[in-house]
Write a protein that binds this ligand. Structure first.
Ligand code: HEC
Length: 346
């Protein structure tokens, strides 16, 4: 105890003595050299101590740093139950910039630094790196244009994940961009897509054309998953009938556009499901008629008839049992889109 105290006194007095406000080119005087002299590993060198031989230790499982965002919607762009990507940019991220305008400004700036070299300022995929790769014969390294339906209909969360993790030949940018900067870039890519519907692979503007190309679908309510196509709100029918209400037109148009943009889907079953109240045969007929109405609506919107089948299930496959409340009934009354066959699994 006493020796420690003496040592501390010596240290403080020598520190004070050295503190004369001058700079020096000499190496610093260090009281205890143990820290400098002890054996240590270099970065990335192999460790003989840990069984996995890694010197640079990963964080202990479950460790959460104070700065770390943990909400999977924000950090991964995935829904809380990990069942899919979030369809739109989380509001928290927009709020962190103080609104969409400043977010887009930031996104534009970051995009200019991190994405323009390959994807070009317009998002047509013809950046400087691409030109060099092409000139050097590395044609595999060609980024796609953002102005194509598949990428227009990609959920915002999937765009985010592409920025974070990269994809095949595209490197990941997660380490260089904060969570919110990644979202800001997503917002800017959406802005580019809205601004340039005819760039990229599409035909150049025909000056004599009177009809403009359709703008990309601004809303995202439809997502293609491995085994189904999911919508985030319902198709509305008139009470007790198979007549689709007009307020569902936009949703139907988006479902059709998504199916057309995903030709790998070879067969999809449109399932009509009803609630349990009422006679079973009536339910079955109504659910069948509603599935058929949706199929007709999609075929009208240019989805190939060979891709879509319709089937009524009545109340045989409820989501909620027992149907205790009106809310439960409403949940069970639904249309589902189940993918039966894709190019990959044929
Ligand atoms: C070094 C070049 C390079 C940079 C920089 C780059 N990308 Fe890419 N990107 C690519 C390539 C190459 C592909 C095609 C990947 C593949 O083979 O599918 C691609 C694909 C994509 C796709 C399509 C993914 C899909 O599912 O088809 C998106 C979206 C994308 N990039 C967004 C971005 C954004 C946003 C940035 C800026 C943060 C960025 N990229 C930076 C090269 C790059």
């Amino acid at each position: 105890m006493r020796s420690k105290l003496v040592f501390a006194l010596i240290l403080t007095s020598s520190a004070l003595a050295a503190c004369r406000g001058q700079t020096s080119k000499d190496s610093p005087i260090v009281g205890i050299r143990n820290m400098y002299d002890q054996p240590r590993y270099d970065v990335q060198s192999e460790s003989s101590f840990f069984s996995d031989k890694r010197t640079m230790r990963p964080a202990v499982e479950g460790a959460v740093s104070r700065e770390m965002e943990t909400d999977p919607r924000l950090v991964k762009g995935r829904l809380e139950d990990n069942s899919g990507y979030v369809l739109t940019i989380p509001q928290e991220s927009v709020a962190s910039f103080g609104g969409m305008d400043p977010m887009l400004k930031r996104g534009k700036e970051r995009y200019g630094i991190y994405c323009t070299p390959c994807h070009d300022g317009t998002g047509n995929g013809k950046g400087a790196v691409t030109a060099r790769a092409q000139a050097g014969g590395a044609a595999a390294f060609l980024p796609p244009t953002f102005h194509q339906d598949r990428l227009r209909h990609m959920p915002d969360g999937q765009l985010y994940a592409t920025v974070e993790n990269g994809k095949s030949n595209m490197p990941p940018y997660g380490q260089m961009l904060s969570v919110h900067d990644r979202w800001a870039i997503v917002a800017y890519v959406r802005a580019l897509q809205l601004a340039n519907p005819r760039l990229g692979d599409e035909k150049p503007d025909d000056p004599t054309a009177t009809v403009q190309a359709p703008a990309p679908v601004p809303a995202h309510h439809v997502e293609v998953k491995a085994d189904r196509v999911v919508i985030d709100h319902k198709i509305h029918f008139a009470d007790g009938s198979a007549v689709i209400e007009a307020d569902s037109n936009d949703l139907l148009a988006e479902i059709a556009a998504v199916l057309i943009a995903n030709p790998q889907i070879l067969k999809m079953e449109i399932q009509g499901h009803s609630s349990a109240g009422g006679a079973a045969d009536v339910n079955l007929r109504l659910s069948e008629a509603r599935a058929n109405a949706v199929r007709d609506a999609l075929v009208q919107r240019k989805v190939p008839g060979s891709v879509v089948l319709a089937k009524g299930y009545g109340s045989s496959k409820p989501l909620v049992t027992p149907e205790a409340t009106d809310d439960d009934k409403e949940k069970n009354r639904r249309v589902e889109f189940v993918i039966l066959e894709t190019k990959a699994n044929k």
